[in-house]
Structure formats: C-alpha cells, structure tokens
Design a protein. Structure first.
Length: 118
C-alpha cells in the first residue's frame, strides 16, 4: 500500500501561481501512474491531470490545459502540479491519486485546499 500526502495549497489571488506536491511512501512511486483531481464545494471530484510511470504520457483536462503542468521525480517519490494563471474557478480541494500499473489498485491522499480570490 502507498501513502500519499499533498502539500502546497493555500490562498492566492487570481493570476497567481501555486505548486502542489504529493509525497509518496510505502512503495516505489515508479510503479504507479499518478494523477491530480479536484473537488469544488457542492461538485463532484473531477480529473485535472495525469502522468504515466516514466512521464512519457501526460494528459490534462481542457479547463487547465496550458496553465497547469504535472511532473514527477521518481527518485524523490514525489509528484508535482505547477499551477499558473490561477482563476477563482480553480478553487477546490486538490487530491493526489496513485494507480498501480499492473493491479490497478488506487490510492488517494487527504487533499490540500486551494483558494483563488478574485
């Protein structure tokens, strides 16, 4: 089992930037595809970005494409989400997800709050 801890959230003005981190422990992150999801108040959790085990495949939701960048450092067992040009509609709790490449077992972090003021 892998444990995930997100950090880096906070309050930022519209147009600002934040960098989220997701630190993994318990298993080597290189065996997992990683993703970021978010959940705004009163809404369902939605996909933000995903990155394959070797970073060869990366996908973004249309709402963040061109503004957010997902990356990973398998040596540090950490995944990042660089968020630029933030908008008030980006306000949400951001969650890190790990999915094992073979078993498809999936794990979630506890989330980190991102609030963008207008």
């Amino acid at each position: 089992q892998v444990q995930l801890v997100e950090s880096g959230g906070g309050l930022v003005q519209a147009g600002g930037s934040l960098r989220l981190s997701c630190a993994a422990s318990g298993r080597a992150l290189s065996n997992y595809g990683m993703g970021w999801f978010r959940q705004a108040p009163g809404k369902e959790r939605e996909f933000v970005a995903t990155i394959s085990r070797n970073a060869g495949s990366i996908y973004y939701s249309e709402s963040v494409k061109g503004r957010f960048t997902i990356s990973r450092d398998n040596a540090l067992n950490t995944v990042y989400l660089q968020m630029n040009s933030l908008k008030p509609e980006d306000t949400a709790v951001f969650y890190c997800n790990a999915r094992h490449f073979y078993s498809s077992n999936s794990y979630w972090g506890q989330g980190t709050q991102v609030t963008v003021s207008s």
